[in-house]
Design a protein around this ligand. Sequence first.
Ligand SMILES: Nc1ncnc2c1ncn2[C@@H]1O[C@H](COP(=O)(O)OP(=O)(O)OP(=O)(O)O)[C@@H](O)[C@H]1O
Ligand code: SF4
Ligand SMILES: [Mg+2]
Length: 466
Amino acid sequence: MKDATVPKDATAQQDGATPQQPAGTPPTLLKVTGLVKHFPIRKGLLKRNGGAVKAVDGLDFEVRAGETLGVVGESGCGKSTMGRLITRLLEPTGGTIEFEGRDITHLGTGAMRPLRRDVQMIFQDPYSSLNPRHTVGTIVGAPFRLQGVTPEGGIKAEVQRLLSLVGLSPEHYNRYPHEFSGGQRQRVGIARALALKPKLVVADEPVSALDVSIQAQVVNLMDDLQEELGLTYVIIAHDLSVIRHVSDRIAVMYLGKIVELADRVSLYQNPLHPYTKALLSAVPVPDPRRRDRRERILLKGDVPSPIAPPPGCRFHTRCWKATEICSTQEPPFEAVTGDHRVACHHPEPVTAVALPTPVVRTAAAPAAPGAPAAADAETAEAGAGEAAGTADAAKTGAATTGTAETGKAAAGEPDAPATDEAAEADSDAAPEPDAGTPDRDEPAGPLKKKGKPAGPTEKKGKPADG
Ligand SMILES: Nc1ncnc2c1ncn2[C@@H]1O[C@H](COP(=O)(O)OP(=O)(O)OP(=O)(O)O)[C@@H](O)[C@H]1O
Ligand code: SF4
Ligand SMILES: [Mg+2]
């Protein structure tokens, strides 16, 4: 274990965008610089330009090989737009996206096609992301056909292997989506995303549409698959309990910007941005003695519209620490200590935090060594009680945030997807699930804790239904 706490002045970065990285930091897989997505608003019969929804408005971050970067923030802050931008399902308005050092920002459909093998997306809603007219075999086998790839042993055998990998039965090959429960459908979506052995998987709210009892299963499955296949994840969620369990590092978004980015332990033990502090204060604490001592911060007002975000710091209209400078000057997003970046003129004081060792995972190698004792203690404190508390946490998102759907309503329907795969995914739109569909998922176990060596994959090769 190392005590990475350093006085703020000793480590503060002057250049802002390039923080110090702990020794042994894995290589960067994806690098995003100044990423912007503005959705134009067309007004009236003549479709005149009526401004733009600034869904993503200047993001700087990197994703390191083998890690899980969690992205949290209130509804409408631009998380999904960010996910769709980095998977190139949306065309950025500005900024750059580099994957393995290659600029992919404006690659066309043809040039993106080979890259689609490496970058895959898991969608939020397992009910609408699977085509009800296709069998599971066709759905999971689609990436092979789209890419013109024939795996060794043939597509059917490979699809059946993938179904086993995600805890379904090879016999499910000929079944239709409506014959599965929500958790099983999400497993099908995961199998489809993993078909081409991607390097980066972007999962947009992968468990939020699932019953709370099934969430832990899917999270644990994704964790096991990461260890086994050496995957890198970007996991988007508004549920801080889920994010806490799955992430190595966490980015907090507010109104189209990242306001804080740090490793999980630093972020939860020492949030520096007032917004992060408020979000975390709403996470349920399983220990009733600690619950009483904790200060709950209720944010005032609604999230401002992304069409006309406030000047200066976008959070100043709701921030209890705001001063004059906050409403006139945008705070730079810069490293305050080590790898901990924040965009705030008056960040919280830096306190002692024991940082975990950076995660390095490879498909062949055994699981990364466990995090140091402090990290384990921190996750243990969250514990199974909190795992069960994910439903509460989902509610707390609403409690702290109010409504942020206003921009959505103003903005109208989403753009058409930019790629053939996106079209494929969208063409998979399904009606509501059958009311009578039996839920055959196994009862949920507790969430596994990040930073510990993975145990055996409980469901590997084992059918999820009886
Ligand atoms: N295709 C689009 N056209 C116009 N506006 C859009 C489009 N897609 C998203 N927006 C707007 O961009 C903003 C960010 O939306 P986004 O879906 O990325 O938010 P989010 O953080 O994923 O929210 P949630 O947690 O509700 O999923 C919202 O105001 C939304 O209305
Ligand atoms: S810059 Fe000012 S308004 Fe913004 S979060 Fe910091 S203290 Fe609050
Ligand atoms: Mg979203």
